[in-house]
Design a protein around this ligand. Structure first.
Ligand SMILES: *Cc1c(COP(=O)(O)O)cnc(C)c1O
Length: 466
């Protein structure tokens, strides 16, 4: 592609994205295609000769777009959001344009040093103490894997890295934890049977006394307690584990404490919501995802550790061809995680934080929390609905109820209700099950969501139940 063509199509695609954002509400939030619908329109073999850019772009619009679910649609209330922002898109464009692979300082000093600076900003923004150091990981799943591996090595004096396992190490987390904890436990070689799920209270938060008991029992059996993963903002119901009390237990037994605040972490930027963070200063590691609620394009996960030396020693390898003169004076982030190669992700964070400022981000979070509270308020005034978990931050878990109907019937009814709401194309919600009760989740967090979008969910439900 010559430079004139690059300019032409570059401008055309930026215009297309701008237009897409302006008209996004015309699309059904969730793609209406069925399995195989995209695949059958694509040739099974790649072209022998290069094709015209026009043709590729045309096929993108014709074949790919109908198979897109619109995460940036203001009616997105499914899962957790993965919101972005125009300024983040521009930064991603620069990252793509530069095509930097920032595995070590030497391969682009700015990529490493900007990451160090913005991660310090981010740490201060969420109120973590200055003794934490940050590094960007692709996802929270990877960050949690890093925490589990670091805990494994610290607990065994870096023996597992050398010799493999010769003891049974145990990991503890609540029954409401994210699936990435089990995945990490399996990958790190602990064995799924050594992941201990601790019971939760009526608010779906981990019970510290049950955790203590589980640790005591394991010690008696000759197991080695290794790591506790606490969650701030569970995916199912936004439950907040009591990190302060959990941290006390971890310190008493010398167990690594990792805190997973993948979604909720962004809310700590707002001082009035920061209460849930209490005790995180005593954790060994902490993760949250700017790619969920902080206007930053996927992927960008912020991982903070108190002792980077442990992280580095867990991952460091030093082949001759990667040695440089700067090694003693700089961070080489290839030693701070699983992959060697690294995308220049700090650029978009820098653009986002500078463009919005801490106040701009806090305002958005307040707006979303306010909308969730408003929605919960409507449900509370309506006897047809029941809220099934404490409304924390921007998530509401609820269901339709009717006197005299058992849970099985209500579960079926709510499942159908959710399908009908989503079929409208105006909004998209997903579900969870709490204490055997099927419930709908309204998760507010898309940048452009307004009251009318939340209202639309309520109106659609009225239509379908009347
Ligand atoms: C979303 C989420 C994760 C996983 O995040 P990825 O970045 O997609 O790996 C982990 N834990 C919690 C609590 C989450 O909400």
């Amino acid at each position: 592609m010559d430079k004139e063509a690059f300019r032409k199509y570059g401008h055309e695609l930026v215009d297309w994205i701008a237009e897409y954002y302006e008209t996004i509400e015309e699309y059904p939030v969730k793609s209406r295609l069925g399995p195989g619908d995209v695949k059958k329109q694509l040739p099974s073999a790649p072209p022998d000769k290069g094709e015209a850019t026009e043709k590729i772009i045309e096929d993108f619009k014709r074949i790919i777009m109908p198979g897109i679910s619109h995460w940036q649609h203001p009616g997105w209330f499914a899962y957790f959001p993965a919101n972005n922002s125009p300024v983040s898109v521009l930064a991603e464009m620069l990252t793509a344009g530069l095509g930097v692979q920032g595995m070590i300082w030497d391969t682009s000093p700015a990529a490493t040093e900007l990451e160090e600076v913005v991660m310090n900003w981010l740490r201060d923004m969420i109120g973590l103490p200055a003794e934490f150091s940050g590094v960007i990981q692709d996802t929270a799943s990877t960050a949690t894997l890093c925490a589990l591996l670091s805990a494994r090595e610290k607990t065994t004096g870096f023996e597992v890295n050398q010799k493999g396992f010769d003891k049974t190490l145990r990991i503890y987390t609540s029954s409401q934890t994210h699936s990435s904890i089990e995945k990490g436990v399996k990958i790190a070689g602990f064995g799924k049977q050594n992941l201990v799920y601790v019971e939760v209270d009526e608010n779906f938060a981990l019970k510290p006394d049950v955790l203590r008991q589980a640790i005591e029992e394991d010690l008696q059996k000759g197991f080695v307690p290794c790591c506790v993963v606490a969650t701030l903002g569970t995916t199912s119901s936004m439950a907040m584990d009591p990190v302060e009390e959990i941290a006390e237990i971890c310190m008493q037994y010398g167990i690594w404490l990792h805190v997973d605040a993948a979604f909720a972490g962004t809310a700590a930027i707002v001082p009035q919501y920061r209460e849930f963070m209490k005790g995180t200063e005593k954790a060994d590691s902490f993760v949250f995802n700017p790619h969920k609620w902080m206007l930053t394009n996927f992927d960008c996960s912020a991982y903070f550790v108190k002792e980077p030396e442990i992280l580095k020693r867990t991952f460091s390898i030093m082949p001759e061809y990667l040695k440089t003169a700067a090694d003693e004076k700089v961070n080489n982030y290839r030693d701070w995680g699983v992959p060697l190669g690294r995308r220049f992700r700090s650029l978009k964070l820098w653009f986002v934080i500078r463009y919005y400022g801490q106040e701009g981000i806090a305002d958005m979070v307040r707006k979303h929390v306010g909308l969730a509270a408003k929605f919960a308020g409507w449900l509370k005034e309506n006897p047809d609905f029941e809220i099934l978990a404490p409304v924390n931050l921007s998530l509401v878990c609820f269901r339709y109820v009717k006197q005299g109907f058992d849970d099985a019937t209500l579960n079926e009814f709510n499942k159908n209700l959710l399908e009908k709401i989503n079929a409208s194309g105006d909004v998209y919600l997903t579900h969870t099950v709490l204490n055997g009760k099927y419930c709908l989740r309204l998760s507010v967090g898309q940048r452009t969501t307004e009251e009318r979008h939340v209202r639309r969910v309520y109106e659609l439900m009225q239509d379908f139940i009347s």
